[in-house]
Design a protein. Structure first.
Length: 603
């Protein structure tokens, strides 16, 4: 009685293989059938070179051309075309020419398979990265960075490996079919005996393939877990050191590494076990057929030699066939994981406006009318109504949890508004392409993200067409030109990963310059000075003072000193605005801002 669990495993593997093959057909189209045709020619070349051993054996004195089978007839026709009386050297030359042509075709096949493997992995890497980048921000907040990195770097490699293994399987099956046809034409009883033995052995190791499939299913999550832990612990090395928890981090990583070691060990050992069984039992079977086939079935010696030579050449391929089946069972589960991730990202793709080509109007005020907005069905913002001027400096403050970050996400189109809208003039965000909307809002976060690129490329990141004059102008407006000029190579200085060679204030001013390069209507500072020292904060605030006459600056701040000079301060609590006024107005009465300022010793 079949084991239900094993039957389920086989069904799962069959479904995964079906999805995998459909994806290959959709990705490569005509290339796979063309490659299959090439495999047939390579296999025919191999079979022909082996069949030509018969006249070669006859030429050196061993009766090998007896009988009138299809193989003998085909070879006789070929020899007549080559010449009526070929010597042993002529037949040898013919064999070598056939082997050379077959070898060249085989090299073409090997190159094509390798090219398709790398192309498939690259296609999936681009496909996943594009799907991730076009997904809503909630997709990123719902996944750990290590999981997404693992999918792009490791799981796509497993999927490309599955393609390579599948093509190797097809090649082996085509060659095996040609060999079996030739062997059967020479000696059907001996071929059937060897084939029956191979089939029994093939079915006997089916359980090992099931185990490899389970290992393949387990490897994806384990690799993702390792990536997540490494990202967290290496990125948070300062915290780990400061809390003396190195041992805890080492134990957690070590546990996952040990599980991966065990699974990879079995994944490597099981194909080797199958290979050892096949090598021992196949050689034994060949010896038995050699002795009893010649004595009992009276098969001509030359025919037996060619049949055995065919099976000797097939033996490594049968071993490879088994190993490739084990590997395929290990690799194919990556298809399910990647498909699920891509589908999830596609379902959370950012909306495309019904009307294209609308741009943000000049001189328009920013109107915020959000009745409900939040994450995963939980409303964070409620009945929030704000109008921000086309020019000026507006501060938004509040305690932690008041909804300031959610408001920032709404303004950037990163958080879905369940009820309400954000407008610039008479243009709602939903009617404007998000790329155009976001370029109209220059965003400077608390920790400016900089790339390992020259200064000029960091400033011009959001505008590939920015001229050097526009880059210099953005740097000047951000008060960054002076310190850029003091760098070794000026605007061509590579600033290091995350701008590690710059101070906090310098990084923030570069962030402001990058935000200004798109000529935004609103400059959104999200806790932009909270991590800076007093001198750096004053430099950034001076930049704000100079820009407030040109555009609308919105500073979302926890440190109240950064908004003391704002034209208006909006105080948030429980997802809505509870107070509006200048610093002096709000401190002049019993207000929420007054209590916040007192807590920071500013009142």
């Amino acid at each position: 009685m079949p084991c239900p669990e094993r039957t389920q495993d086989h069904a799962t593997l069959a479904v995964q293989l079906g999805v995998f093959v459909r994806d290959l057909r959709g990705t490569f189209g005509w290339q796979l059938p063309s490659l299959l045709v090439l495999m047939v020619f390579v296999a025919l070349g191999e079979g022909l070179s082996m069949a030509l051993l018969l006249p070669l054996l006859a030429a050196i004195g061993l009766d090998g051309m007896g009988g009138t089978g299809p193989v003998q007839a085909a070879i006789s026709s070929m020899l007549r075309l080559a010449g009526d009386h070929l010597s042993v050297y002529g037949i040898l030359s013919l064999v070598i020419v056939v082997l050379l042509i077959q070898g060249l075709l085989n090299l073409w096949q090997v190159w094509w398979v390798a090219a398709l493997q790398r192309q498939y992995g690259a296609i999936w890497q681009r496909r996943l990265f594009a799907a991730f980048m076009h997904a809503r921000w909630t997709f990123f907040s719902g996944h750990k960075q290590g999981q997404l990195l693992n999918a792009i770097t490791n799981e796509t490699g497993r999927l490309a490996g599955a393609l390579y293994v599948l093509l190797q399987l097809l090649s082996t099956l085509v060659v095996a079919l040609v060999y079996l046809v030739i062997a059967g034409a020479l000696s059907l009883p001996a071929t059937l005996a060897l084939l029956a033995f191979g089939l029994i052995l093939f079915l006997g190791v089916r359980g090992i393939r099931v185990k490899n499939h389970r290992i393949g299913i387990a490897l994806g999550p384990l690799n993702a877990q390792l990536n997540v832990l490494l990202n967290e612990f290496l990125g948070g090395a300062k915290l780990v050191k400061a809390t003396a928890t190195e041992g805890k981090a080492i134990r957690q990583v070590g546990s996952v590494v040990e599980s991966l070691r065990e699974h990879h060990t079995w994944a490597t050992f099981l194909p080797g076990l199958v290979r050892a069984l096949f090598e021992f039992l196949s050689i034994a079977a060949l010896c038995v057929v050699l002795v009893f086939g010649h004595r009992l079935l009276e098969i001509p010696a030359a025919h037996m030699l060619v049949v055995l030579a065919l099976f000797v050449r097939l033996l490594p391929r049968f071993n490879g066939l088994q190993q490739n089946l084990q590997l395929l069972a290990t690799y194919v589960p990556a298809m399910t994981h990647l498909n699920d991730l891509q589908r999830e990202a596609a379902l959370q793709q950012e909306p495309v406006p019904k009307v294209q080509g609308l741009v943000v109007p000049e001189g328009a005020s920013l109107q915020i009318d959000i009745r409900r907005a939040g994450y995963a069905g939980v409303d964070v913002l409620k009945n929030l109504r704000i109008e921000l001027p086309a020019k000026g400096f507006v501060g938004i403050v509040g305690e932690s949890g008041a909804g300031k970050s959610t408001l920032v996400h709404c303004l950037l189109g990163l958080c879905e508004i369940a009820d309400g809208d954000v407008r610039m003039g008479d243009r709602p965000m939903s009617a404007i392409a998000l790329a155009d909307w976001r370029r109209a809002i220059g965003y400077v976060p608390q920790e400016t993200i900089l790339f390992h690129l020259p200064v000029r490329e960091n400033i011009a990141w959001a505008r590939d067409d920015a001229t050097i004059d526009e880059i210099h102008e953005a740097a000047r407006r951000a008060h960054a030109e002076e310190f850029i000029g003091s760098l070794v190579h000026g605007y061509d200085t590579v600033i290091g990963d995350q701008g590690m060679r710059l101070s906090g204030g310098q990084r923030q001013r570069l962030g402001i310059a990058r935000a200004l390069i798109t000529r935004p209507k609103v400059l959104l500072l999200d806790e932009a000075t909270s991590a800076l020292d007093s001198a750096s904060e004053q430099a950034v605030l001076q930049t704000v003072q100079d820009l407030r006459q040109e555009i609308c600056i919105v500073s979302v701040a926890h440190r109240l000193s950064s908004v003391r000079g704002a034209d208006r301060i909006l105080v948030m609590r429980d997802g809505t605005v509870v107070e509006v006024g200048t610093w002096e107005e709000l401190l002049g009465r019993d207000s929420v801002l007054k209590s916040l300022a007192a807590a920071q010793q500013l009142a």
